[in-house]
Design a protein around this ligand. Structure first.
Ligand code: 2DT
Ligand code: MG
Length: 232
């Protein structure tokens, strides 16, 4: 059996350096003559992606469940092409995946209820969507062989030039998102399906690039194992 390509996902908070590192990794793989391709979610170019784009720019409102399912559908529509590429020996680098899907949706909370008497205890915000509900539409997606989580403290990410204008680009949101990412990573690591590596995204670009290459290099010879499924 000929070898298949590796499926490598890069995840992280906004301003963690994900997209820059994904592009650098593509270049390094191509320089090493490894057939490779970079994809990104959300893919804003498809009809579903256009609905997502409009929501992220706050040009439209959608029910939290509905937008979550659109993000998932935006992945499912690319699955046949991901599988085809991997089977033909192409290594795929993927900028955000189902893990962003869970982390951002499960971080949505109800606004705190206004109580008549002010409490001295901070009120824990209640989630709008459960972690399990958020995970379910992405069950059975192709599982990444390697996920690189670029970890950065939201305050440091913010200091890097600030967040943009899009929905979710706020420090309190990013803090909750980071907590969910950490939970997902622990579960992936203990599931034995794919490897989850936490890298310090706050380091200099070149240092992060080197740590990424150290993780990716062993996969560049191709894989003999079948493509696995997420959370199946
Ligand atoms: P970019 O800034 O990377 O374009 O992401 N998001 C992303 C979700 O809420 N659910 C998902 O499934 C994915 C893939 C993260 C735009 C924003 O979309 C969020 C940031
Ligand atoms: Mg963004």
């Amino acid at each position: 059996m000929s070898k298949r390509g590796a499926f490598i996902v890069i995840e992280g908070l906004d301003r963690s350096g994900k997209s820059t590192q994904a592009e650098t990794l593509l270049k390094n793989l191509q320089d090493a003559k490894i057939p490779s391709k970079l994809i990104k979610f959300p893919d804003r170019s498809t009809p579903i992606g256009k609905l997502i784009d409009s929501y992220l720019r706050s040009e439209s409102e959608l029910d939290d469940h509905a937008i979550h399912l659109l993000f998932s559908a935006n992945r499912w529509e690319v699955v046949p092409s991901i599988i085809k590429d991997l089977e033909q020996g192409t290594t795929i680098i993927c900028d955000r995946y189902a893990f962003s899907g869970i982390a951002f949706s499960a971080s949505k909370v109800h606004p705190p209820a206004k109580s008549a008497s002010p409490s001295t205890f901070p009120i824990q915000p209640t989630p709008k969507l459960s972690y399990e509900w958020c995970r379910s539409p992405d069950i059975s997606l192709p599982a990444p062989d390697l996920t690189l989580f670029l970890d950065i403290l939201p305050e440091k990410a913010k200091a890097r030039g600030g967040y943009g204008e899009e929905r979710y680009e706020k420090e309190d949101v990013q803090e909750r998102v980071r907590e969910v990412f950490i939970r997902i990573g622990e579960e992936i690591e203990s599931s034995g399906v794919g490897k989850w590596v936490v890298l310090d995204g706050g380091l200099e670009k070149e240092e992060v690039e080197k740590s990424i290459w150290d993780e990716v290099n062993p996969l560049t010879a191709g894989l003999k194992t079948p493509i696995q499924k997420l959370w199946d």
